[in-house]
Design a protein around this ligand. Structure first.
Ligand code: SF4
Ligand code: SF4
Length: 123
């Protein structure tokens, strides 16, 4: 992603991403095409991927002006889940959730603000 559980691993009850999902519907989610499941060792489902150049792919739905990853299920800011959580791309795995006390991520708050959600610094 030029940017969520959705992106981090934590207990479900403490996972604020599950009531957010803003970054999955705000940023382009790009990654190396080697992560796609038509490549040896790849896991990201080909059906949900768009090739953007010789070596890079993006999650379908995140490459245009209006962005929403096609793997995102539910309603942003209410209740969401990732349909391919266990095989999501590295971009998603590496995106730090701003609610985690061990990290700070302005990009998380920027996506939340775009959906009228409170940034975490204000909590
Ligand atoms: S914007 Fe932040 S809180 Fe919301 S889903 Fe993404 S990482 Fe989680
Ligand atoms: S693959 Fe999953 S975690 Fe990644 S952007 Fe799409 S819905 Fe979000």
């Amino acid at each position: 992603m030029d940017a969520p559980q959705l992106r981090s691993a934590t207990s479900l009850e403490n996972n604020r991403c599950l009531t957010c999902g803003a970054c999955c519907a705000f940023y382009r989610v790009a990654f190396l095409s080697a992560e796609v499941d038509n490549q040896e060792g790849g896991m990201v489902p080909l059906a949900l991927v768009l090739s953007i150049d010789a070596t890079h792919s993006a999650m379908k739905g995140t490459h245009g002006f209006f962005k929403r990853c096609e793997a995102l299920q539910g309603s942003v800011g209410r209740c969401v889940t990732c349909a391919i959580y266990s095989s999501r791309p590295s971009t998603c795995r590496n995106f730090l959730p701003g609610w985690d006390v061990h990290c700070h991520n302005d990009a998380c708050n920027q996506a939340r603000l775009a959906y009228g959600l409170q940034p975490f610094e204000d909590y």
